[in-house]
Every structure is written in C-alpha cells, then in structure tokens.
Write a protein that binds this ligand. Structure first.
Ligand SMILES: [Zn+2]
Length: 285
C-alpha cells in the first residue's frame, strides 16, 4: 500500500489591495515585502492542499481555489492569472485522480477559497466540480454565508452556495471535529464565523492548513491582520495560540495565499513573536 501523500497546488494568482490585506499596518512597513502593482494590489496565490490516504481509501482536498466562473469585471478588479484549465486538470497533472476526491474540506466560503466548488457545463448550468465528494463546512459559517452582512456580502457567491446546498453533498459540522484517523478540523472565528483549519497527520508529522488565519507569512506578526477580518482582536488571540502550539510541536504550516513558499515551520522568538522557515517540497506546485 502506498504511503499517504500531502501536496499543494496553486490554482491561480491574483491581487488584492495591499492596504486591505495589511489592515492597520502602515504602508512603509509592508511595501518592501509586498511591492504593490500600479493598482495598489499585492500579489497573492490561491493554493489548495491535497492529501491522498490510500490505506483509508480517501482523497482529501482542502479548499478549491478561485475556480473559473468569473466575468470580465472580476478579472479587471482582481487580475486573475489561472494556472491551468481548472483545478481538476491541475490535480491530474500532479498525479491525483480528480474523480477520486472523497472529501472537500472548505475552510470558509469566501470566493478565493471556495470559487472552485462549481463548474459550468456546456449549457451554462452550474454543477459541483467534485460531484462525488462530501463537502465539509462549519454550520456556523454556512449560516453566516447564507445571510452575510453588508461588509462581507461581496465575498460570497450565492449561486454557488445554492448549487452546493441542492447537491445533497454538503456536510455541516458543529465545531472542532476529528473527521478521520489522519484529518481533523479546528475552528477560529476572527476572520469570519466558523472558519475551520484542517490538521493532517502525515508520516512526517502534523501539517496545518492556515486558510485566512495567516494568509501570507508576513501575517505571522501578530498585529498584522487583514481589514477584511470581522473580529481582528480574536484573530490575534487565535494566531497566538495556534502559532505557539505549532512552534512547540514542530507542525508544518501550509499557506493558502503566500506566493513565495507553501510551507513553513515556526519557532517562538519571544513572547509574541515567531520566526518562520518557509520551504517547499517536490510535492508543491
Ligand atoms: Zn477569507
């Protein structure tokens, strides 16, 4: 039996406003690390993680990228640069059978994490990109996404959520949960209610998919919190707890949006500071 394999795949590059990404941090501090383009956007990627666990007969996907269901206005705002025809093709290129995906764990339903949920047929009708998979979402987040606030309504795609709901493949989770001997989720809610972080037990130790708790490695600095977050102080508390634990246990952290490196290990450098050693493996593309 083949050993379990954890890989990461970049679905697309895109850009978001540098100021919004860095919250209250003054531009002179973040600008040298994230030089913005002429429209003040900093470069980000939409990265998914994949975990093949042949012994358990499961193929896990953690978030699904931006997808390809975008109009010209969105392209102009976000400057999408897709890596391939779609995530299914990217998975196949990395040696994973897209039809074999058993579980999709969605950290949350913002479009840069869940845009790839849905694909369109030749008739234009929306369907799930991974129709056979169970789709795991926190119930608290589902409720929020279905009636978002004015502040974050623009981050959700109601038609995609309706497609998921109608598919019968939605599994709502109530809080932290062990999904399998090797996969569990924990919940952090400063960015948005019910955001879940997937923790994977590999043969090389644990890995934690950070989603929007630490979108790029610069956000390892505790006060660097996105303006998108609904409860920034809660994000700081959660970051402190998650990073302390990761430093103690030697957990491999996986970044969803950092363009420079997909993985890092951190160590504590004082009470509230962490130093990262970012890296990549042959399983990252
Ligand atoms: Zn988000």
């Amino acid at each position: 039996m083949t050993a379990p394999r954890l890989a990461t795949i970049i679905d697309a590059e895109f850009g978001l406003d540098g100021g919004a990404m860095m919250g209250v941090v003054p531009r002179p501090l973040w600008e040298p690390l994230h030089p913005p383009d002429e429209r003040h956007r900093i470069r980000l990627v939409s990265r998914c993680a994949v975990f093949a666990d042949p012994a358990a007969g499961r193929l896990w996907l953690f978030d699904v990228g931006l997808g390809r269901d975008w109009n010209a206005k969105a392209h102009a705002i976000y400057g999408f640069r897709f890596r391939g025809p779609d995530l299914r093709a990217l998975l196949a290129g990395a040696g994973f059978d897209p039809d074999a995906v058993t579980d999709v764990v969605l950290s949350h339903l913002h479009f840069d994490h869940a845009g790839g949920l849905v694909a369109r047929g030749e008739d234009g009708a929306a369907h799930l990109a991974f129709p056979a998979a169970r789709h795991h979402v926190q119930a608290a987040h589902w409720a929020w996404a279905r009636s978002p606030t004015v502040k974050d309504a623009g981050s959700f795609r109601p038609e995609h959520l309706a497609t998921l709901e109608a598919s019968g493949r939605l599994e709502l989770l109530a809080g932290p949960r062990t999904l399998d001997a090797r996969v569990a989720v924990r919940v952090v809610s400063g960015h948005t209610p019910g955001m879940q972080l997937a923790q994977v037990r590999t043969d090389d130790g644990d890995a934690l998919f950070l989603a929007d708790l630490v979108p790029v490695w610069s956000h390892l600095r505790l006060p660097w919190v996105m303006a998108y977050d609904n409860e920034p102080l809660r994000t700081i508390e959660d970051k402190r707890a998650v990073l302390r634990e990761a430093a103690e246990r030697g957990t491999t952290l996986l970044s969803e949006h950092d363009p420079s490196a997909p993985r890092a290990r951190v160590r504590a450098a004082g009470d509230d500071a962490f130093q990262a050693e970012p890296f990549a493996t042959p399983d990252d593309r």
